[in-house]
Design a binder for this molecule. Structure first.
Ligand code: AMP
Ligand code: TRP
Length: 326
């Protein structure tokens, strides 16, 4: 079985974009892959964090992983900082990377724009990400398109090290989402739905109550021509809602267009509220059940143990190949 690795940062507001773009794929991959899903808390501290909130967010994401259907009997779920190999391998890879290539990462450029000096952790963020992936001899990394450049860097680092020390790393492949899987902000469909947007009605968080879901959808930006049709260029708002409806209800967009021929946006939105509430309610209920349970702690501890076992083997090989240690 091929090995899959992916990670999500422990931040609040995990939304339906994250679900449809990433988490849903994670669940589907479990059936025919050996999957490892990580909560990347060490990536989170590349920007300032409140320690209490960080801890809560780690557990939130862990509980969400399970609530959406990641099965700890099939997959390994763990917290990055619980496995020391990530930091260890990150340093080794740092020494195989160049400031030039890291300076070219668009995420770093965006986050350090107009600043004379940026946190070093933001600069080496992609190296830690490469370490996450290479530590587990990963074959496939399911991620959003925005991570393409980071995956390319990971492949470059692995290939570079293998050139010098053959057989050190498995060179992984990215598995990217289709453009259609991009969910846009409800209040401004020219932007991606995001965890950090100030307007809470710009997104539907996975744990939103039905009343909040209703409000956000009913307020969503549309247009004035009143036709329910997919046309991302001229009708980005309705197209985004159609997309959400389609993936949540597993109905082709064409069928929805037919269903809503001659109907108004109000009816369409009302039905979308129902579809969304129906899709998210079981997730929210499972989340509530597990979030404060001892079971969650046990799963994360077991996960870290299993991950560590694989990580140690890789680190042994890496250290041997580099001539490190005794
Ligand atoms: P982030 O929210 O940036 O930590 O992303 C976590 C995962 O969700 C990544 O794989 C992203 O590509 C994916 N993702 C984030 N926002 C969206 C969105 N609006 N639509 C689809 N996928 C998304
Ligand atoms: N950088 C990724 C993101 O923001 C998160 C991440 C960290 C990751 N390490 C990873 C994703 C390893 C895949 C594999 O989405």
């Amino acid at each position: 079985m091929k090995r899959v690795f992916s990670g999500v940062q422990p931040t609040g507001n995990i939304h339906i974009g994250n679900y449809l773009g990433a988490l849903k794929q994670f669940v589907e991959l479990q059936d025919d892959h050996q999957c490892i899903y990580c909560i990347v808390d060490m990536h989170a501290i590349t920007v300032p964090q409140d320690p209490k909130a960080l801890k809560e967010h780690i557990l939130d994401v862990a509980a969400l992983y399970l609530a959406v259907g990641i099965d700890p009997e099939k997959s390994i779920v763990f917290v990055q900082s619980d496995v020391p190999g990530h930091a260890e391998l990150s340093w080794v890879l740092t020494c195989s990377s160049y400031t030039g290539e890291l300076s070219r990462m668009t995420q770093f450029k965006d986050k350090s724009k107009n600043k004379e000096s940026a946190p070093t952790g933001l600069f080496t963020y992609p190296v830690l990400m490469a370490a996450d992936i290479l530590l587990y001899d990963t074959d496939v990394v399911p991620v959003g398109n925005d991570q393409k450049q980071h995956i390319e860097l990971c492949r470059d680092l692995a290939t570079r090290v293998n050139g010098k020390y053959p057989g050190t790393f498995v060179v992984p492949d990215g598995r990217f989402l289709k453009e259609g899987a991009r969910i846009m902000a409800l209040d401004d469909p020219s932007k991606k739905m995001s965890k950090s947007a100030e307007n809470i009605h710009s997104r539907i968080s996975l744990l939103d109550e039905p009343s909040k879901i209703k409000k956000s959808i009913m307020k969503a930006t549309t247009d004035s021509d009143g036709v329910i049709r997919l046309d991302t260029e001229n009708k980005p708002g309705i197209s985004n809602l159609l997309n959400i409806y389609s993936v949540l209800s597993e109905t082709p967009v064409a069928d929805l267009e037919k269903k809503y021929e001659g109907k108004g946006y109000g009816d369409f939105k009302k039905d979308l509220v129902e579809v969304t509430v129906d899709a998210l309610t079981p997730i929210r209920e499972r989340f509530e059940e597990i979030r404060h349970s001892e079971e969650l702690m046990t799963i994360l501890r077991d996960g870290a143990e299993k991950a560590d076992e694989i990580a140690r083997k890789t680190m042994k090989r890496v250290k041997e190949n580099f001539g490190l240690g005794l």
